[in-house]
Design a binder for this molecule. Structure first.
Ligand SMILES: Nc1nc2c(c(=O)[nH]1)N[C@H]1C(S)=C(S)[C@@H](COP(=O)(O)O)O[C@H]1N2
Ligand SMILES: [Mo]
Length: 199
């Protein structure tokens, strides 16, 4: 009996195995943006995948919607120390966008409407580890949280989950994104507390 409830006995987030070190749990959904909210009409929405040779594939909203999507529930962790458990999203796995490309890239630089960017090793975007999401909690994704579509990479700190995403630039070398070039960790594993450069 006591074994079953171990870790969930109200002793604080520190004893909950779902919560990475240094994080606290919140039921709120804070909004963190380095610039203004982008309002992008799905009619105008485009998503460019650029490979290392410069070749480009452009996705429209219609094409994104035609791809098989999945609903999934994950915990998310922000570097400002809040974690939100059991968030439910719907999206298209990034691997289904890159399948068939046969790219030799090792890294991705993810681009957004509004100019934000973030760097992620390509393998962290594949094999069901990342999605282009367009629904949160059963409804349309709110523009303040990145609607119409954002990247979601729940195993890394949430600054990697680029809102208003509009492209992936595939690369051989790692080019730092917005926060990473301002001193955030280049990888950002919440379980290793990789918050800032050198962590
Ligand atoms: N385009 C864009 N994406 C972004 C950001 C941003 O400023 N612009 N902020 C990042 C940061 S630092 C965090 S913590 C999360 C916050 O997502 P939320 O506002 O949905 O909580 O979005 C990330 N994605
Ligand atoms: Mo953040």
């Amino acid at each position: 009996m006591s074994v079953i409830s171990r870790g969930f006995g109200g002793r604080g987030s520190g004893s909950d195995p779902r919560v990475p070190p240094g994080q606290y749990v919140t039921d709120d959904f804070p909004v963190l943006s380095a610039g203004p909210t982008q309002y992008v009409d799905t009619e105008d929405w485009r998503f460019d995948i650029t490979d290392i040779d410069g070749s480009r594939t452009t996705l429209t909203w219609e094409r994104l919607m035609a791809l098989p999507s999945e609903e999934f529930t994950v915990d998310i962790h922000c570097v400002t120390k809040w974690s939100k458990l059991g968030t439910t999203w719907r999206g298209v796995p990034v691997s289904s966008l890159l399948d068939g490309l046969g790219t030799e890239a090792e890294y991705a630089l993810v681009h957004c409407y509004g100019g934000y960017s973030t760097n992620i090793p390509l393998e962290d975007l594949l094999d069901g580890k990342a999605w282009i999401v367009f629904e949160y909690d059963g409804g349309e994704l709110d523009p303040v949280h990145g609607g119409p579509a954002r990247l979601l990479v729940p195993h890394l700190y949430l600054w990697k989950s680029a809102k208003w995403v509009n492209g992936i630039e595939l690369r051989l070398d790692e080019q730092l994104g917005f926060w990473e070039s301002l001193g955030y960790h280049e990888y950002g594993d919440p379980w290793l507390e990789q918050r800032y450069i050198g962590d």
